[in-house]
Design a protein around this ligand. Structure first.
Ligand SMILES: NC(=O)C1=CN([C@@H]2O[C@H](COP(=O)(O)OP(=O)(O)OC[C@H]3O[C@@H](n4cnc5c(N)ncnc54)[C@H](OP(=O)(O)O)[C@@H]3O)[C@@H](O)[C@H]2O)C=CC1
Ligand SMILES: O=C(O)CCC(=O)C(=O)O
Length: 447
């Protein structure tokens, strides 16, 4: 089996050399899916995985815009239309200086299986730009978003490709992009999700990824007859996903000890409560400040510059910042400190070595494609509401989100429960995600 997997990975690497993040995501999936394909005649010999690692379409385009000093700026835009077997391409847009083809291809690849797990009819895609929103004025952000959409509108549509937010793209940016799309196409459709409530957005979409990750952690703990109540939780990031992971963890009676951004982390031994969370939301979403400013208002907390929070003793860790933010050494420190559960809010935040360590220790460990699927799931529900020209209540959407997270958890149990009872959530998510996409591809022929 190892030879088959190695041979497959060598072939993929040949075509995608210099794309380490993409290869990491492919390797993690291939380890589980290739043995499954070999054991199942229905999927064997059809080159399904080889087809899935090749994007259906990669769009790379120039974005030009004028900054506040009148200088012409040039950025690179991307949209990876990875797989449309089960529905229109669906996935976020990331605006961050680190954005490149490898990062967006790994995100688009993971999105295919994540979207499949939600059981909603959504294919997988991802896009973005190397534009850095930090320090930009409101006018610059708007002009950049308009310039981005002035090319992207040709390639998307409510039944073709439906982008949303990701790092650096929230409701503000989605609003500016929708405005431009509407102007160019002269139509009001649900072509983007994560919209504001007054123009077709869904209740609970901002909360969905963070809430969903905590719902998933809760489901994992239930398998051990445990709950999140009273647990110490360490969270990284302080953006959309992290903020609502804190909120739901607090609702369920946990104590949250940390938050972070790319400059370091804050540790608050007294716990980040509702009031402190409201401060962080204002700091990050309105003032667009740095997490280090937390200690100016809450001086009992400490700020640790340039470090990640994994050294803080906890029961549960929720990485909610970015890819590869938690390495093998971090994983061993968490395990040494008694951590029993890791649910990823971010996409691929744990390196392969970290995943290996969690699995070897047999703790509850959920990969992002399962535990952070709540965001795209509610995006799918936003698409449904747009098609119906209707808006469900907060409770209705939250209940649907809970049910979807619970069903994803069941799918992981179905395909990931080992002979000794240990649940390999990575295997479960990879195979469950694969099956639906593979069945659709088989039904649609070689296209
Ligand atoms: N939004 C969503 O619905 C979904 C998001 N995700 C994933 O969740 C993660 C967070 O996304 P989201 O909260 O939306 O994004 P935001 O832009 O709202 O927040 C990102 C957070 O991560 C931090 N961060 C970004 N890059 C780095 C880095 N290189 N090192 C350390 N910290 C970093 C940011 O700090 P700083 O401000 O300093 O850059 C910020 O605190 C991403 O992996 C994303 O792909 C997954 C599913 C859905
Ligand atoms: O809501 C969406 O369409 C995409 C969310 C996303 O980018 C993700 O799940 O990583």
């Amino acid at each position: 089996m190892k030879n088959i997997i190695d041979g497959f990975l060598a072939l993929v690497k040949q075509r995608n050399d210099h794309e380490p993040e993409f290869m990491q995501a492919v390797e993690e999936l291939a380890e589980n899916v290739i043995p499954f394909i070999v054991e199942n005649e229905r999927y064997y010999g059809k080159n399904l995985l080889l087809r899935m690692v090749e994007p259906e379409r990669v769009l790379i385009f120039r974005i030009t815009w004028v900054d506040d000093n009148g200088e012409i700026q040039v950025n690179r835009g991307y949209r990876i239309q990875m797989n449309s077997a089960i529905g229109p391409y669906k996935g976020g847009l990331r605006f961050h200086p680190s954005v490149n083809l490898s990062i967006l291809k790994f995100l688009a690849f993971e999105q295919v299986f994540k979207n499949s797990l939600t059981s909603l009819p959504m294919g997988g895609g991802k896009g973005g730009s190397d534009f850095n929103p930090k320090g930009k004025s409101e006018g610059e952000i708007m002009r950049f978003c308009q310039a981005f959409m002035s090319e992207m509108y040709r390639h998307i549509g409510p039944s073709t490709d439906v982008p949303a937010g990701d790092i650096g793209v929230g409701a503000r940016e989605i609003g500016y992009m929708l405005g431009m799309y509407k102007k160019l196409k002269n139509e009001f459709t649900g072509v983007l999700t994560g919209k504001g409530l007054s123009y077709g957005g869904s209740l609970i979409r901002p909360e969905a990824t963070g809430y969903g990750a905590v719902y998933f952690a809760q489901k994992m703990l239930e398998t051990k007859k445990d709950t999140i109540f009273g647990k110490n939780v360490v969270i990284s990031g302080s953006g959309n996903v992290a903020q609502f992971a804190v909120e739901k963890a607090l609702h369920l009676g946990a104590k949250v000890l940390t938050l972070s951004d790319s400059s370091g982390y804050v540790y608050d031994a007294d716990g980040i409560d509702e009031e402190k969370l409201a401060f962080v939301m204002k700091l990050k979403n309105e003032k667009r400040g740095r997490i280090s400013e937390y200690i100016e208002t809450y001086p009992k907390a400490t700020f640790v510059k340039g470090k990640t929070p994994w050294g803080i003793k906890c029961d549960i860790a929720l990485p909610c910042a970015t890819q590869n933010e938690l390495n093998g050494d971090d994983a061993n420190i968490l395990l040494g400190n008694g951590c029993i559960c890791v649910a990823e809010g971010a996409n691929m935040p744990s390196t392969l070595k970290a995943v290996e360590a969690f699995q070897k220790a047999k703790i509850l460990y959920a990969p992002g494609k399962a535990s952070n699927a709540g965001g795209v799931a509610v995006s799918g529900l936003e698409m449904t509401q747009n098609s119906l020209r209707y808006q469900w209540t907060r409770e209705e959407v939250d209940n649907k989100l809970k049910n979807i997270m619970s069903d994803i958890h069941k799918s992981c149990l179905k395909y990931g429960t080992c002979d000794d009872g240990y649940v390999d959530y990575v295997k479960g998510a990879n195979i469950a995600g694969f099956v639906k996409v593979a069945d659709a591809m088989l039904a649609q022929g070689v296209v």
